[in-house]
Design a protein around this ligand. Sequence first.
Ligand SMILES: C[S@@+](CC[C@H](N)C(=O)[O-])C[C@H]1O[C@@H](n2cnc3c(N)ncnc32)[C@H](O)[C@@H]1O
Length: 429
Amino acid sequence: MRLGGRLAGAIDVLADIENRKRPVADALKDWGLAHRFAGSGDRAAIGNIVYDALRMRLSHAWLMDDDSPAALAYAVIIRQWHMTPEALQSDFTDDRFAPPALTEANVTALASRNLDDAPLHVQGDIPDWIQPSFEANFGEEWLVEAKALAARPSLDLRANTLKASRDKVVKALERSGAKASHLARNGIRIAAGEGASRLPNVTAELSFQKGWFEVQDEGSQIVADLVQPGEHDQVLDYCAGGGGKTLAMAAAMHNKGQIHAYDADRKRLAPIIERLRRAGTRNVQVHDDPRQLEALKDKLDAVLVDAPCTGTGTWRRRPDTKWRLTPRNLEERISQQQEALSEAAAFVKPGGALVYVTCSILPEENDRQAARFCENNPDFTVASVADGWERLFGKDSPRPRMRDGGGVTLTPASTDTDGFFFCRMQRKS
Ligand SMILES: C[S@@+](CC[C@H](N)C(=O)[O-])C[C@H]1O[C@@H](n2cnc3c(N)ncnc32)[C@H](O)[C@@H]1O
C-alpha cells in the first residue's frame, strides 16, 4: 500500500473508534481482518497514524479547525510526519486508494492558525477539566509535562536477572536497536521510531520465550526497585494484577524471601502463573481468595499497593483513554484507592512499610491520598525517597518530581518514563 491507502485506512479506523466508542486495539484488529491484503507494514503504519492522531487530537483539530477523522489523520502526516500539504497532494494524484483531498477550509486554517493562540489545554492536548490538576501538581511546568505525555513512547524491557544479564539480553536483541536504559538498573530500551516505522515484536523472540526479559515500562521497573525488598523479607503485592511488579521484585530478591501476590480480580491475576513459570521465579505464592491472606495480618515487612488508577501517566501508550476519562471515573478510582490502602495496611507489621504506587500523575490520586491515609492512620508516616533514589540510581541521575511530603512522581518530561507515583509509608515499631 502507498501512503494514500494507509491514510484512508487510518481515517476508517478513527471513524470506527469515534462512532462506536471502541478501544483502539479492537478497531485496528477488525480493520486488519476486513483488509487481509494489507501487509504487516501497512497495519503498523495505520496504527501509528491512529495513535499519533489520538495523542494530539485537540491541537490537530484546533489547527485544522475541524475534528473529523480525516482532518486528524491529515494533521498527523503534516505536523508529526513532516510532509507538506503540496507534497501529499502530488503523491496522491495517481493513487486510487487515497482519501479525498484536504478541504479548502482545512488548508486555509492550517496556513493561518498559530498554536500559541490556542487555549492552553489545547496546546497541551489534555481535557480542559483536568488542567487544574496538572497545574496543582506541576506549577509552571505543567504544559511541558502535558506535551511530553502526547509524544510517542519507547518500547521498554526489563532483563530478568534470574535468567540472563542485561548485557546478554541487549546482545540478543541487538538487531532491534535495543540499548541499556539510562535509569532502571535492568532496563533495556528500543527507541520510538518516526513516521511509519514499526517497533519489533519482541515477544516472538526465542529469548523472550526463554524468560530472559519482560516487557515493562522503565517507570514501572523503577517503582518496583524503590520498594527495595530485602532478600529475607516477606512481601505482599496486594494489587498484583498480571504481575509486572511481582516479577521485578522477585528477581531483585534473587528468588529468596517470600512474595505473596494477590488481586481482587481473578481474571487479571490469571496470566501471572505463566509469567512466573517463564521467569523461573520460585519465591512467589499466588492468592486469589482474601481468606488465604488472613494469617499474614500484622506480619509483613512490606506491602505494595499498586492501586487501580486513571492511568494518566500512561497516556502516551493509551491515548484513547485520555479522551474517555471523566470526573466521575476519577472519583471512582479515588474511592477504590482508599479502600485498597486501608485493606492492605492491615498486613504491615510494626516497623514495616506500606508502599503506595499509581500510574497516575494527578495529585488527587497521589500525594493527597497518601496524606489522607497518614492523617487517618497516625501509626504510619511518609518516609523520604531521596536517599533510596540516590543509592539505586546514582547522584547524577535524572530526578523525578519530589515533594516535601515525601512521594515522588516520575513523568515523561522528568525521567523519560511513563508517569508513576511512589510513596513509602512506614508503620511505627
Ligand atoms: C494497576 S493494576 C495492577 C498492575 C500490576 N501490579 C502490575 O504491575 O502489572 C491495579 C490492580 O488492582 C486490583 N484491585 C483493585 N482494587 C483492589 C482491592 N481492593 N484489593 C485487591 N486488588 C484490587 C485490580 O484488579 C487491578 O488488577
